[in-house]
Design a protein around this ligand. Structure first.
Ligand code: GLN
Ligand code: ZN
Length: 776
């Protein structure tokens, strides 16, 4: 390359939340989806949001014209953005392309959300985060071509406002590595085999971005850190070597930053990127270290992801500075400071939380505070450590204050976890328990139950909101909920279900509800984080030692039990899921925090038992999603996560039936862990895959109670009796007959009553018929 390339800025962030400080994007897209606004109105709202973001980032100290501001907006999902840009739109949405083959917003949203009979793209978890991306479908027939110039338009839009931004795109290796084969593809087809066909389109994309005014482009390649993809680490590193050889050789391209967030870059990928003709490499130094030596770095910038993009803590700035020094030792041309990942995983701004305890607030850093930390470190890199000595000191003082603050360490809680012995994790032999439970519960063969929640109607949401605003008094709200519970119990009795639930109408969210009732947690007002598309969650903050000031669910469960002679299931969220869906303290091992939560749940279970509840379900839908990306880290994770579940449940009497529920059907690496949870009954998702998982369970030798879901609750479709019977017959044929349960895939809270009642009626009818077909 003859023209001198622009310097990489000294500090940057890999991406910024795009939902808006007050979820403006959610409101704008949902208004558009409902037909209330036209596409121009939506585009204007999005442009305004992008403008506000750039101005905000400049005000926080990132440069207007040095490419330190990332352009990381997305209407729905960044993987879908890249797929659409290169024309990877499934055939079934092809008719929605423009005459010139372009993919407009209408086709983009149709593929994201489905349209009529055309199923949407599948959605799945983005690495080990709670964000979900749309899985591109790629086959031998996929015709890659520039199909959307949205990225370039945004660069030009920024340019017109005086900004030189750095557009962020999912890179070609990650795009393919995360894709699935189209239905039309032959068996065993690997989307990554299309890399050579895809690269010319990326070249074109890059040239378009340069022409629009981008000096740097960031290509995100987190696939290079993952050991949990179909492609091996070596295959991914090879693909990266090929991809960046080609992209690097492109003539009119911007400078290239290849970013590898979320875990440690493999040595092979380090070598591939070091050797590639690119200008900068970003690595996640909060989740991995620096190798001893890497070739080819002399002319490159190494961007150290030292400010954690995944948690909400102000953290240890001094340690971050130290990691930058380690990085500098690798001998790159220069070093820059950055966040470890995009900030899309954290809320916008601690200053938006006026109700938080100021002490807690002073320990926190949301996106805007993390930008400030990066700017501080960048100043240190530019001017020397002395220039930021005060800021480092201030951060260390805050950290020390946090460590010694009341509530962070609670002597009674610590004494309890310190005193745990093996027996606290062990419920005794399953065989003994089963006998006691069978005698006490006297359930029919193939017992029927549901997963916990019943439809959360508008009426329930309205009542909760009114109660929150103080318009509905405590007594009235309680009466409302009791009426709701009574209705749900009567309905289940009428339907003829065997083990009943109270319906969870009192819960806004299965984790936040518990967080609100436990010490050691705080909840935010505006701490929204994108989960997928227009959906956002508001994770609670687990900041201190956890304990349970008072029983949480006991009154609801006992009331529900008082209405029926059938067993009523107590309903709790498990320790792993509570951790997975909260922002968790970073000052002690997760295992310690998990055990504290487990002990609080253990007390709740004891109280439920004392109140006469004989079946208790502890949901762990997040067990699989916290699984570390690095294979080497998985056994330790599975050990502590399983242990915390066992600690929560092992106090239950043998005659108390402990259920658990998991919300997915990939049992692969976690099957042994699920067995080790040692629950008496496990319900799992199975309907969408037409019971495929039943075979996996059977061959694993799983011997306890098991309820493979026979009703896919993710869609309003009512499963027919025949369909359910087919799944039941399969379960009965392959699993120990006396251990098979009949239940839906998951909770019913997102469903309407109409389809729920018919579906459950079919479920009961199919079960009754199945009972007559099996030997008594
Ligand atoms: N008990 C919860 C419910 O029914 C379980 C939800 C889940 O698995 N995500 O809603
Ligand atoms: Zn579920």
């Amino acid at each position: 390359m003859s023209d001198p390339r622009p310097q990489f800025p000294r500090g940057t962030i890999l991406g910024y939340p795009r939902i808006g400080r007050r979820r403006e994007l959610k409101r704008a897209v949902e208004a558009h989806w409902s037909g209330a606004t036209d596409v121009q109105t939506l585009e204007r709202a999005a442009a305004e949001l992008r403008r506000a973001t750039r101005e905000r980032l400049a005000a926080l100290g990132l440069g207007r014209d040095d490419s330190s501001i990332p352009e990381s907006f997305s209407f729905y999902d960044q993987v879908h953005d890249a797929a659409v840009a290169v024309g990877a739109l499934p055939e079934r949405f092809g008719a929605r392309r423009g005459d010139d083959g372009r993919i407009g917003l209408d086709a983009y949203f149709a593929a994201a959300r489905g349209a009529g009979d055309d199923a949407p793209l599948e959605m799945t978890k983005w690495f080990d985060t709670n964000y979900h991306y749309l899985v591109p479908e790629i086959g031998p027939e996929t015709a890659f071509a520039m199909s959307c110039d949205r990225f370039a338009r945004q660069v030009a839009e920024a340019r017109a406002d005086g900004f030189t931004v750095r557009p962020v795109l999912v890179g070609p290796v990650t795009l393919l590595a995360l894709s699935k084969a189209t239905d039309a593809a032959p068996a065993g087809f690997d989307p990554l085999s299309r890399l050579d066909d895809l690269l010319p389109v990326y070249v074109e994309l890059l040239e378009g971005l340069r022409a629009a005014g981008a000096e740097w482009v960031q290509l995100d390649e987190p696939a290079l850190v993952s050991e949990s993809l179909p492609a091996t680490t070596a295959q991914l590193a090879d693909a990266a070597a090929r991809a960046y050889e080609v992209l690097g050789a492109a003539t009119g391209r911007p400078s290239l930053l290849v970013a590898a967030p979320y875990a440690q870059l493999s040595d092979a990928a380090w070598a591939a990127l070091g050797a590639a003709p690119i200008e900068a490499i970003a690595v996640d130094l909060t989740r991995g270290g620096v190798p001893a030596a890497v070739g080819g770095l002399a002319g490159k910038t190494l961007v150290g992801g030292v400010v954690d993009g995944r948690n909400v803590w102000r953290g240890d700035l001094e340690a971050a500075w130290g990691r930058l020094s380690d990085l500098a030792a690798l001998g790159a041309g220069s070093v820059a400071a950055a966040t470890s990942t995009s900030l899309q995983h954290v809320p916008h701004d601690v200053d938006d939380e006026s109700a938080l305890d100021p002490r807690l607030a002073s320990w926190l850093a949301f996106a805007d505070q993390k930008v400030g930390q990066v700017v501080t470190l960048a100043t240190g890199l530019a001017e020397g450590r002395a220039a930021i000595e005060d800021a480092l000191m201030e951060a260390s003082v805050a950290l020390a204050a946090r460590r010694s603050s009341p509530g962070v360490r609670d002597g009674a809680v610590r004494a309890r976890t310190a005193g745990l012995v093996d027996a606290d994790f062990d419920r005794g032999a399953y065989g003994t328990r089963v006998e006691a439970q069978d005698a006490q519960l006297a359930l029919p063969l193939l017992p029927t139950t549901t997963i916990g929640s019943f439809p959360q109607t508008d009426e329930i949401r309205r009542a909760r909101a009114r109660h929150g605003r103080g318009e509905l008094g405590a007594a009235e709200y309680e009466r409302f909920l009791r009426d709701e519970i009574a209705r749900v119990v009567t309905l289940q009795e009428d339907l003829g279900l065997d083990v009943l639930v109270h319906g969870e109408a009192e819960r806004n969210d299965m984790v936040q509800y518990f967080a609100e009732h436990l010490d050691g947690f705080a909840v935010t007002e505006n701490g929204w984080v994108q989960s997928y598309g227009s959906r956002a969650t508001r994770p609670s903050i687990l900041w201190g030692d956890v304990s349970r000031p008072a029983p949480i669910t006991v009154a609801w469960s006992t009331f529900a039990q008082s209405l029926t002679d059938k067993p009523m299931k107590g309903m709790l969220t498990g320790p792993v899921t509570i951790l997975a869906w909260s922002f968790v303290r970073d000052d002690q091992p997760l295992s310690e925090t998990a055990n504290q939560v487990a002990l609080a749940l253990r007390d709740e279970i004891a109280d439920l038992e004392d109140a006469g509840i004989r079946v208790i379900q502890v949901d762990e839908p997040a067990l699989r999603e916290l699984l570390p990306l690095a294979v080497a880290d998985q056994p330790a994770y599975l050990a502590w996560s399983v242990a915390s579940f066992r600690l929560a449940t092992a106090g239950a009497a043998p005659a108390t039936q402990v259920h658990t529920h998991l919300c997915y059907s990939e049992f692969d690496v976690v099957i042994d862990a699920i067995a080790a949870l040692d629950a008496d009954v496990t319900s799992i998702e199975a309907a969408r895959s037409r019971g495929e998982v039943i075979g996996d369970i059977a061959s694993s030798g799983f011997a306890a109670g098991i309820g493979p879901g026979v009703y896919d609750i993710h869609s309003p479709r009512v499963p027919s009796v025949d369909e359910i019977s087919e799944l039941l017959d399969r379960a009965v044929a392959e699993l120990p007959l006396r251990r098979v349960w009949v239940n839906p895939d998951c909770g019913l809270k997102t469903r309407g009553y109409g389809e729920t009642v018919t579906s459950l009626r079919n479920l009961v009818e199919a079960t009754r018929a199945a009972r007559t077909r099996v030997p008594a």
